[in-house]
Every structure is written in C-alpha cells, then in structure tokens.
Design a binder for this molecule. Structure first.
Ligand SMILES: [Zn+2]
Ligand SMILES: [Zn+2]
Length: 286
C-alpha cells in the first residue's frame, strides 16, 4: 500500500463532465452577485450561522455517523442529521457515506475515488464532477439503505439545500441568499473537499498509516475537527478525531453535548494503546 505521492494514471472514464458541471460553477459565480446585493448584517449572521451549523453536520452526519457509525442515533434524529448534512449540497447522504467508505477501503490506491495521487484538483473536486461516480452504490451502505426515508432523501438531494436557500432569502432577502447561503455553501464545499485533497498532501503524520493522510490544526479549525485526518485514518471508528486535549475538535464537543440530553448514544472511543504515536509503540516492541 502506498505512502508516497507517485502519480497514478486515471483511466479514460475518470474525466470531468464539464457541461453537466455548469450548476457547480454557477454557484461560485452567484457569490459575485454581492456587488449588486451588498452585505447586510442579517446576511453576515446568516453566513456565520449557516457555515458553522452545516460544517458540524458534514462531519457529525455524513462522516462520523453515516460513513463510520461512530455513535448511535434513533431513527428520527438520524433523519434530522441526514437532512442537515444534505443542506450543504454535497449530494445524498448514502452517496457521500458509501464513497467515503470506499476511500478508506482503497486509500491512495488505483481504486481510491479521490486520491491526490491522481492529481490534486481531481482529489479536491474533479471526481465529484465525473459521471463515473454519480450513482449511489447502495451495496456499500446497506446498513442505512434499508431506511426508506434515507433513500428518498438521497434521491431528492436538492430538497435540503433549496430549503436552506429559500430560508436565507426569506430572512435576509437577496443579500441573505448570496452572502448567507451561497458564500457559506461554496466555502463549505472547499473546506470539506480540502480534507480529501490538502489533508493527503500537507501537514504532519503522527501515525505510520499505509495511506498519505496528514494532520493539520488549521484545517481542523476550519472543518469542525476533520483536520486530524491522519488520526482518523489510523483509527476510523472513533467519535473524536482530535485524540489529545489540544487537538481541537468542535464536532466531538457538539456530540458530547447531545449525549448529555440523550440524543447521541454509544460514542466509540479511541483505546489508549491506539493513541500512542507509531514510534513509541515500535520502541516497546524492540
Ligand atoms: Zn482520507
Ligand atoms: Zn473517514
């Protein structure tokens, strides 16, 4: 299994479908409509609120719950987490989690859907704009595909982002829509995508994992704790990705708070022997 950045060649069917990607680029262009709408204080608060809330649900929902089952929710809260995650316009929850499970299964090999060894831009966003990876592989997420409400939400992945967009417009008018919704959505796309691209290229490695994953405080602060990506590849099932007290992980704190009121249950912890860096454990064996 590779730890180096030697380049992999993408097969012919791994190419961006540019015409089908137009809505993705229009969402970026919509951010520039601020020159017409201006920035109101309501829009600023919408931006902050929509970015922070949805950032937490990308990691608590799409990632730690649906992809890794790091804690338990009842069926109602599971649906709430799915809706809030999908409000980020990062496609269906079953699509997201199934692809992510594949990322861990095949990290940085030919079969990895978004290894930076296939190109930085590809790992960041190219793979999302490629027809090959558009369908949901329900076989990879059978444990959640048995819930009809999740399958419905997964198929109608526009519902949650449109609800957020309309709410932003209703609360803040055109400035609310452009700054509150589009700015936060586009920024959130790129902070999330950075985990697949930047966090397999830049940062430090505490654990000698067979992939190229890395840790970064900056990305952890921007993504609600996802920047501890080398930790995460080392022990995927953990509800917390910051393994030490100084490794800030807002999503973990949020889930702990939800566990106090009984919404989140059975949080999976990191065993003490797993936390120690690779060198320390190697020394013990000598
Ligand atoms: Zn990774
Ligand atoms: Zn993961």
């Amino acid at each position: 299994m590779p730890k180096t950045m030697t380049r992999l060649t993408r097969p012919a069917d791994e190419r961006v479908n540019w015409p089908a990607s137009i809505p993705f680029f229009i969402a970026h262009l919509a951010c520039f409509a601020v020159v017409f709408t201006g920035i109101t204080w309501t829009a600023v608060w919408l931006f902050v609120g929509m970015f922070a809330t949805r950032s937490i649900f990308v990691t608590a929902g799409y990632h730690r719950y649906f992809a890794h089952r790091a804690f338990k929710l009842n069926r109602f809260w599971q649906l709430v987490f799915a809706f809030q995650a999908q409000a980020t316009a990062q496609k269906g929850v079953l699509w997201w989690a199934s692809n992510h499970r594949d990322h861990h299964r095949y990290s940085d090999t030919d079969a990895d859907v978004h290894s930076p060894r296939k190109g930085f831009w590809w790992s960041h966003v190219g793979w999302i704009l490629c027809d090959k990876f558009k369908p949901t592989n329900y076989d990879g997420i059978k444990d959640f595909a048995k819930f009809p409400e999740l399958v419905w939400l997964n198929k109608h992945d526009w519902v949650a982002p449109w609800a957020y967009g309309l709410a932003a417009f209703a609360i803040g008018g055109w400035s609310g829509l452009v700054v509150g919704f589009f700015w936060s959505t586009v920024l959130l796309w790129h902070t999330t995508f950075s985990i697949n691209s930047v966090m397999h290229v830049y940062g430090s490695r505490r654990y000698d994992t067979p992939d190229t994953s890395r840790n970064s405080m900056l990305l952890a602060l921007l993504t609600g704790g996802e920047g501890w990506h080398n930790n995460h590849h080392h022990f995927q099932a953990s509800v917390r990705q910051g393994f030490f007290w100084w490794e800030i992980d807002f999503t973990f704190y949020f889930l702990v708070a939800l566990s106090w009121i009984g919404i989140v249950k059975d949080m999976k912890r990191v065993p003490e022997r797993v936390i120690r860096p690779t060198e320390e454990r190697d020394l013990e064996r000598v």
